[in-house]
Design a binder for this molecule. Structure first.
Ligand SMILES: N[C@@H](CCC(=O)N[C@@H](CS)C(=O)NCC(=O)O)C(=O)O
Length: 112
């Protein structure tokens, strides 16, 4: 996919931004990253009604302002053998619990 189609707004040292980079790289989706200095990033995110990053702007599918929403979107457009979330409900629940744990505990502890 063409990098012109995906624009990722980020700040440094954000595990949420790293999570989205990981997903894009895993799916081999090329993108243009727009890195910002923290706080000044709000000049870029404000127009999307968000104060936080990551923000993923897509050419055809709108704007996503939350890392989990971004991963859900990327999983939905991924080929069947590359989905980020399993179809089996029990496995999906396990993955989502791990995602929450990494988002809210592990990532925060590593960042601080
Ligand atoms: N639930 C959001 C959380 C994003 C978030 O908290 N991002 C932090 C960076 S780690 C942020 O943008 N902080 C800057 C600010 O609030 O101005 C997500 O998963 O994307």
């Amino acid at each position: 996919m063409n990098s012109q189609n995906y624009r990722l707004i980020t700040i440094p040292v954000s595990h949420y931004c790293e999570k989205v980079r990981w997903a894009l790289d895993r799916l081999k989706i090329t993108y243009t990253e727009e890195p910002h200095i923290p706080l000044f990033h709000r000049l870029a995110t404000f127009k999307y009604d968000s104060i936080s990053v990551p923000v993923l702007a897509t050419e055809n599918h709108g704007i996503f302002v939350d890392s989990t929403d971004i991963l859900h979107y990327l999983s939905a457009i991924a080929p069947p053998d590359k989905k980020l979330y399993p179809d089996i409900p029990e496995l999906r629940k396990e993955v989502e619990e791990l995602e929450d744990l990494f988002d809210e505990k592990l990532g925060v502890a590593v960042r601080n």
